[in-house]
Design a protein around this ligand. Sequence first.
Ligand SMILES: [Zn+2]
Length: 311
Amino acid sequence: MTAAPPVVGLDLGGTKIDAALVAPDGAVLARHRLPTPAADGPEAVLEALADAARAVRGPHATAVGVAAAGVIDPASGTVTSATDTLPGWAGTALGSGLAARTGLPVACDNDVRAAAGTELADAPGASLLYVAVGTGVGGAVATDGRMVHGRRGIAGHLGHLPVPEAAGLACTCGAEGHLEAVAAGPAIAARYARVTGTEPGPLQRVAERAAQGDAQAAAAITRGARAVGRVLGGLANALGPDRVVVAGGVPRIGALYGDALTAAFTAELMEPLRDLVIRPPAVGHDAAILGAAALTRTLPLHIPRTTGVPE
Ligand SMILES: [Zn+2]
């Protein structure tokens, strides 16, 4: 095998940009971190992404992969929609804008989907159901080894499935009754505050109260966990995944969460799927950046000095 060149992986979040130079075998050769100038608008964010790439690229990098917050359409390279975390981000020409600034071909996708792609590295051809539960609820779906992107990159947004536990609750997308409104970390903390008449605090405090025997705290956590488990179980019946992964910070708050999630998931499964187990992510905190680098091999590349039309 000839030595293939490294590529740059970028992970764009609301507060920071992580950059890495990644070898073909996934080894990280260099790293850099910058704050995200979110309040300065999308042009400033593109400049910061280019700066981060410049800091790690060295003389040999041949392409840039970006895992970005927001709904990203890999085909057009544009941001389909985004939350207030990155003001003005929706509509940004991420692929062509970054290609023009770095002079390198650029592939881009949503950060959760990019991270989920690392699950297919050791399971080529597998079908995958992946959910990330944190300040929001994101997800990704792959069938027969191919990540599903869907119209304008919207596929995999599992947080916006309707669930009975969220009836009447406003969702960040503008609709009501979606999974994210009951299962995201802030949603669990908000429910605990509502039922106890207290000020909303961090999820960690709710978890600590639950560990001390506070039944309302435990109920808020298990309500969110069960909703995620039921959605995953139902989707598993619809999609027949080989692997089901639950990622993000919320599932790490304690065994209470995982037990409720697993029980709800298993209860939904049709008989041929009964051996399915929920797994933690195969790759740890580098999943998004390694997934970003891998996008350069699986997605359309946006070439420098074009007018934004992908090849
Ligand atoms: Zn929603």
